[in-house]
Design a protein around this ligand. Structure first.
Ligand code: 13P
Length: 499
């Protein structure tokens, strides 16, 4: 098997020599790169140059590749193609036979001057956005806008789409023009087919859940199409409360494993099913029972507060659990003369300690998805959206929480954005949250602080897996009775505290 493929967009430009032929040559070579597939070509645009009078008009185009090459390997290959196509640079910013730029390499960003990705000026150029919008109108750019939205702000710039796209230009025959038309229609037909398939699956899931007396719970980070079929979409605390109150024959939990396990602790009479049992949580995996026992031994008499993102075995050793929605209240509710150990998230712990005015013994765990959000991302996002309020999750690094207008758990974010007068918000958490916010508050605008904050585990649950879990009533999440009994007290106390 080859390495996993990544979605990449490359811009092609030429304004010297036989421009059309050069672009065709470059596309042919792109299609033959190792471990790479050329999956989409935009039409070709003619654009007046941004430089001096020595420049002729450019032809511009964008192609989509799926590649197993690393960004640096791809860059080296593109430079080779430029040389193969006889690239000349007469003056800086001057005419060029061929210019290839990586606009976007999914999940990767770099400000190295030799490899600036995502391309730092792509949102300012119509000749980039217009062809890119043909291939990926909904791609979320570094500013948080989609390609389609960014395009609206540069429509004033001149860029003329030549009547025919790349394929017809190369072949020129009626047949190739027909091929081109089909090419251009295919994305719409494909989108429509996918939408119908999604709807069909959703209807089947709803019907089966009704027949089987099942409730579907989904966390705010789940894929939008999964959120749409759920009986309740919420944060960890709301979902736990619902699991405890539901009295359903079956609970299908669309989230990560510790959430389903918490539901199994709270609702022993229900069959708790998780569509994807491999959907774990790096945070929950960070605490070993032996290590916690050793820490407790070093702090005799200390109370243990465990974030709900822990295993049942750790909950069983805890005095009380908390979620991001009530961590500060939970800590404040504990007697002032007792030491407190907080596991496993050091960022949530530090933030809650500050709010509650208590000192905590912090476990050194963190959520890798939230730690991806940096102060540079925040500065960049604030520059792009100066009027927007910044709301971040308490699992973010302390300097991010410090810079924010509000620090909230996921459902707290929704309430804050609903109640605030502001029309624009920068969201510092897993990007799935934006789907919920956009669905519930369609008149407001939401931008991720970085689109890289994606929890791979939360995205493992699909409609297909959800349907299969309902049909087969498995995989079941069980907590062994003695362990359950010991963990229940801590979870129940968490539910009783407000938040
Ligand atoms: P919430 O409780 O805010 O939904 O957060 C859950 C979580 O796991 C955050 O990473």
């Amino acid at each position: 098997m080859g390495s996993p493929r990544v979605r990449v967009f490359v811009a092609l430009g030429s304004n010297l020599g036989d421009r059309e032929r050069t672009l065709a040559q470059a596309r042919a070579q792109l299609a033959h790169l190792p471990d790479t597939e050329l999956v989409g070509e935009s039409g070709i645009y003619e654009t007046a140059p941004l430089g001096g009078p020595e420049q002729g008009d450019y032809l511009n185009q964008v192609v989509e590749l799926h590649t197993g090459l690393s960004p640096w390997e791809l860059l080296a290959q593109l430079q080779q193609i430029e040389r193969n196509c006889g690239r000349e640079r007469l003056v800086r910013w001057g005419p060029r036979t061929l210019d290839l730029d990586i606009l976007w390499y999914h999940g990767f960003s770099s400000s190295d001057p030799r490899l600036e990705v995502p391309h730092p000026r792509m949102e300012e150029r119509r000749f980039v956005l217009e062809p890119l919008a043909e291939l990926a109108p909904d791609l979320i750019l570094p500013s948080g806008r989609t390609v389609g939205e960014a395009l609206e702000s540069v429509r004033g710039q001149e860029a003329r789409r030549l009547r025919q796209g790349a394929r017809a230009m190369c072949g020129g025959s009626m047949d190739s023009q027909k091929d081109l038309r089909l090419e251009q229609e295919r994305p719409h037909v494909e989108t429509q087919r996918l939408q119908e398939e999604t709807q069909r699956l959703q209807e089947k899931i709803r019907e089966l859940a009704r027949q089987k007396g099942a409730i579907i719970l989904a966390h705010n980070y789940q894929r939008p199409e999964v959120q749409e079929v759920a009986d309740l979409v919420g944060d960890s605390l709301e979902l736990s409360r619902q699991a405890a109150a539901a009295q359903a024959r079956m609970i299908v939990f669309c989230g990560v494993h510790f959430m389903a396990e918490t539901a199994a602790i709270l609702a022993p009479e229900s069959l708790v099913v998780i569509p994807e049992p491999e959907a774990g949580c790096t945070l929950a995996d960070k605490v070993e029972v032996e290590e916690l026992l050793a820490l407790k031994a070093r702090h005799p008499g200390a109370l243990v507060v465990s974030y709900v993102n822990t295993t049942a075995a750790v909950k069983a050793l805890s005095d009380i659990c908390c979620t991001s929605a009530n961590a500060a209240q939970v800590i404040a509710s504990l007697p002032g003369d007792r030491e407190i150990i907080f596991v496993p998230d050091r960022n949530l712990g530090a933030w809650a300690a500050k709010k509650a005015g208590r000192e905590l013994v912090l476990w050194p765990g963190f959520c890798p998805t939230h730690e991806l959000i940096t102060l540079d991302d925040v500065k960049q996002a604030r520059l792009c959206h100066p009027g927007a309020k910044l709301v971040v999750h308490p699992e973010c690094r302390p300097e991010i929480a410090e810079a924010a207008d509000a620090v909230k758990g996921t459902s707290g974010m929704l309430r804050y954005c609903r109640e605030e007068e502001a029309a624009e918000f920068l969201i510092g958490t897993e990007v799935g949250m934006l789907a919920r916010l956009r669905r519930e508050l369609p008149h407001k605008r939401f931008y991720p602080v970085t689109q890289l904050a994606v929890c791979p585990f939360m995205k493992m649950t699909t409609l297909e897996k959800l349907l299969r879990a309902l049909q087969e009533e498995q995989p079941v999440v069980r907590v062994e009775p003695v362990l359950r009994e010991r963990a229940l007290g801590a979870v129940q106390r968490m539910i009783e505290v407000g938040g």
